[in-house]
Design a protein around this ligand. Structure first.
Ligand code: AHR
Length: 502
């Protein structure tokens, strides 16, 4: 059996996890909003039309922040269309996804939904077709206490108390030719700088995310980062990055290794931020908002082929396999290992659209395979990430060299006196004999070893069979002479939870 080892010490730390690392994303896209979170008339809908069954699952994920309303959608969105008398809102052609947007769900509905879901809103402003004015008025509408045109309008719309939205994105993927109002780095950098200034003048307490590259393969990366940061440095707090991983052919080893490119991307964006910091002779550090990440390839062939201008057609609805959950798990581990610089991350998306939660419009909802690694990381991954150097055998794949069979990270929670090790075994055939040196920790014992695996790596959860892939509790491993010995099944996601003895 191949062996892997990990040595943990409470003094060797990467950084504290910002809970917003476990954020997610709701876009006006396909059935994410309509038929996903919002479906008036559904047997599970509350009086506002929010699906209670979906809300319950979102709460189970414990996601502290939710990005909205896009995505590509935001670059053609007028926020004013989605507020006020629901019966008087205009239906619009959404050019991003070629669908009909009725605007019956808008900012106030979203904020109310967030309060129900136990999450904080992260709003994006439209820098595609609109700009500074609309952005500063949007901040005023949401956050100003009262006595001004837009804050009074909010009150007239039934929301006397300000929404206090703290986190805002300055547009979306402005480097991409597919984006409504695509710009060059200099054009966007100038616009973002001036918009950011005005938004912060309207509410100095907000934090702003500048658009970085929509992917590592973009031809403008990393010059885009350098230029936009040089323009907007003084007025922004984070820079975004997005990554969707895909499987090509049936090359599982290469697919499982894809998270390594996310790791490289993070390192490169950190380097770009720190480069501009030194150019600017600045004390300020810009951190990263990985505000779109996931696995996305199952629905790629259907892309753009639907009949245009339909209301809420099923778009981008990937059905995830066990393998996909392992890649999502590797991505979560990667984000945690960079917790010192990646402060915000959003699993894209939350319901129906490349999502952990699926619904049938008019029917039930169920959990996809990727639900579980995300839920575990969100629940047990809060605290301080320890600095570790795992040792294990490696393999070469089509795109990567020296891919470790083990992907792992450990998070110490001093308040709860607990330690959690997350681990993925990438090996297609063999279990990994995993030994964790815990001698630097006194009186720890294993609370639980959770495993997500399946005899068929392509197994999925569906409406008919919603629990085919779900976590199980493995036999509790023992700690002997300060070393934890545990077997990680082939192709598995593992959560080993340790706590202090009485
Ligand atoms: O999440 C789906 C889409 O992917 C988003 O709208 C866009 O930002 C990205 O390209």
């Amino acid at each position: 059996m191949p062996q892997a080892t990990l040595t943990l010490h409470p003094d060797f730390r990467i950084g504290d996890v910002d809970p917003r690392l476990f954020g997610s994303f709701l876009e006006h896209l396909g059935r994410a909003v309509y038929g996903g979170v919002y479906e008036p008339g559904h047997p599970q809908a509350d009086k506002r039309g929010f699906r209670k069954d979906v809300l319950e699952m979102v709460r189970e994920l414990g996601t502290p922040v939710m990005r909205y309303p896009g995505g590509n959608f935001v670059s053609g969105y007028n926020w004013e269309d989605g507020v006020g008398d629901a019966g008087a809102r205009p239906a619009r052609l959404d050019l991003a996804w070629k669908t009909l947007e009725p605007n019956s769900f808008g900012t106030n509905e979203f904020i109310e939904w967030c309060r129900e879901a136990g999450t904080e809103p992260m709003l994006a402003v439209n820098l595609g077709t609109r700009g500074k004015d609309s952005a500063r008025y949007f901040v005023e509408y949401c956050n100003h206490a009262g006595g001004s045109n837009f804050s009074d309008l909010r009150a007239a719309h039934g929301h006397r108390e300000p929404h206090n939205v703290k986190l805002w994105c300055l547009g979306n993927e402005m480097d991409g030719a597919w984006q409504i109002g695509h710009q060059t780095a200099d054009e966007y950098g100038r616009l973002a700088c001036e918009t950011a200034k005005m938004m912060k003048w309207a509410d100095p307490s907000i934090e702003l995310v500048l658009c970085g590259s929509s992917g590592r393969a973009m031809p403008t990366f990393p010059e885009w980062e350098r230029k936009v940061l040089e323009h907007a440095w003084e007025h922004v707090d984070y820079i975004s990055l997005h990554t969707y991983l895909r499987k090509t052919g049936d090359d599982t080893p290469n697919f499982l290794a894809q998270s390594l490119q996310m790791d490289h991307f993070i390192r490169e964006v950190v380097a770009a931020c720190d480069y501009v910091q030194s150019v600017k002779r600045s004390k300020k550090k810009i951190n990263l908002s990985f505000d779109e990440w996931n696995v996305w390839y199952h629905s790629i062939d259907e892309h753009g082929k639907h009949e245009p201008w339909q209301f809420a057609p099923p778009l981008v609805e990937d059905t995830y396999t066990l393998e996909d959950a392992l890649v999502a798990g590797c991505m979560l581990i990667t984000l945690l290992r960079h917790a010192d610089r990646v402060r915000i991350a959003c699993l894209a998306q939350i319901v129906n659209v490349i999502a952990p939660i699926m619904t049938r419009t008019g029917g039930p909802c169920w959990k996809q395979t990727i639900f579980y690694p995300f839920q575990h990381a969100s629940k047990y991954g809060r605290g301080t990430v320890l600095d570790t150097r795992p040792c294990c055998p490696v393999y070469d794949s089509r795109d990567f060299e020296a891919v470790p069979y083990l992907e792992s990270v450990a998070v110490l929670n001093e308040e709860q006196e607990s330690l959690t090790v997350f681990a993925v075994n990438r090996h297609l055939e063999d279990a990994l004999d995993f030994q964790v040196d815990l001698s630097a920790f006194a009186r720890l014992h294993v609370l639980e070893h959770i495993v997500l695996d399946h005899k068929n790596p392509l197994a999925t959860n569906t409406e008919e069979n919603p629990d085919r892939v779900k976590p199980r509790t493995a036999k509790t491993p023992a700690i002997k002479d300060g070393t934890l010995k545990v077997s990680l099944p082939r192709l598995s996601w593992n959560v080993i939870r340790l706590g202090r003895k009485g």
